[in-house]
Design a protein around this ligand. Sequence first.
Ligand code: GLN
Length: 536
Amino acid sequence: MGSTKYVFVTGGVTSSLGKGIVSASLGRLLQARGYKVTIQKLDPYINVDPGTLNPYEHGECYVTDDGAETDLDLGHYERFLDIQTSQANNVTTGRIYQSVINKERKGDYLGKTVQVIPHITDEIKRRVTFLGRKKEYDFIITEIGGTVGDIESLPYIEAVRQLRWDLGVENTAFIHLTLVPYLAASGELKTKPTQHSVKVLLENGIQPDVLVLRSEHELNKDLRKKVALFCNVEQDAVIQSIDVSTIYEVPLLMQEEGLDAMVLKKLKMPFEEAPDLKEWKKFVDRLQSSKKEIRIALVGKYVELNDSYKSILESFTHAGAVNNVKVKVVFVHSEEVSEKNVSEKLAGYDGILVAPGFGDRGIDGKILAVTFARENKVPFLGICLGLQCAIIEFGRNVLGFEDAHSTEMNSRTKHPVIDLMEEQKGITEMGGTMRLGGYACSLEKGSLVEEAYGTALVRERHRHRYEFNNDFLESYKEHGMVPTGINPENGLVEIMEQPGHPWFVGTQFHPEYRSTVLNPHPLFIAFIKAAIENKK
Ligand code: GLN
């Protein structure tokens, strides 16, 4: 294998241009040519990780197998590339400063003045090249969060500028994403914002090799020519990224536009042959051709922002394609569900999912949704807090523990059916103190989950503090809510089912973090199957 190639992806003009999807698409295309690829995200905010960020502001926090709380773009990387990412794939300014300051306190800088250049930039460079140190990858794609010109992004831009010289021109490529807005009044597409954005990059010492222009309309030859001329790139290196109905079409469009070929050309690698996208196309075809619709109610409290439940939504898309149905997910705000309106709010759905979450708000609505699903035999999937709600509901309404609760919401309940483990009780800090990442789970023979997975031992990712309180296990088992997934090392309950019900599954872990296009998650597939049955 030759030396590792580094591709840097920056964005200009506005945020939300889909840098993550374009990076993931490029990764997929290179992978489809037989290369080993990984992707990394550099986030310019000062939080050490996104674990403490509000989902309303930042969307879902994605969790990797090694227990890192990361940006949701890592979810796209895993879903598109079917790879496992890790802590090293997400770096924030907070983390960079934390390590530089720790080194300074230890005296590692030998009395030198510690500065943004070179100390912060060196730390950034170390983190970027860290993934390449074992020579496992042919390509490392690094997406730089934020927008060029922001104060926060400057050290990152400077670091990758230096990397071009450290690693060699033929080993580095720069892709810059911008927006080409359409002015309805004059009926024109405008390239000026792109020109300005490239100018800012040039001022910072970076000449982009490829421009990806996000646009609502087709870009014609003349426009591309103009952009190429003003921005100092080849005409074929001006790539359009037009709005599409599903993000999963983007790799196909990027291939048609020649993004991968252009990057390979810049890196002096063979680019003539086309990547093998058979499987991917099959998936996109299924996605677009399924006619039957299945309606799932997603009961949660972060429903104002789609991104808060990103991985769950994508898992449904994958599982729908497998089952040849369109899965329409309807958000039901848990705070708006009351005893009076629950049967009206949840009527007519083929399945109900109670979402993960933290804190007291909206908890009653979630518990009511569980009662509705249990009593009306609607296929049910509870994830993390969703399982905990199912346990509380069963405790209250079947076992007769009137005050059954999680100690997260009621620390004085006489029936703490969900509780902290002893060793967690002293922890007061919020950041990085949960049970995080992959743990083993052994499945009960003959259970719904064993049937779904088709294996006896699985590994799934966690992000929570509280657990089912095993002191109550016997009562639950006796009355028909049974553990069907157990952590083989410590006996913690990971999955519960209600055998009298057509499909009732709650998981303490988050299956949604592991669903990918090429490996859709078995539990989501089985849940949708059950929803289809229910519809019949
Ligand atoms: N709040 C619950 C806990 O900490 C559930 C967390 C979650 O749903 N991710 O255990």
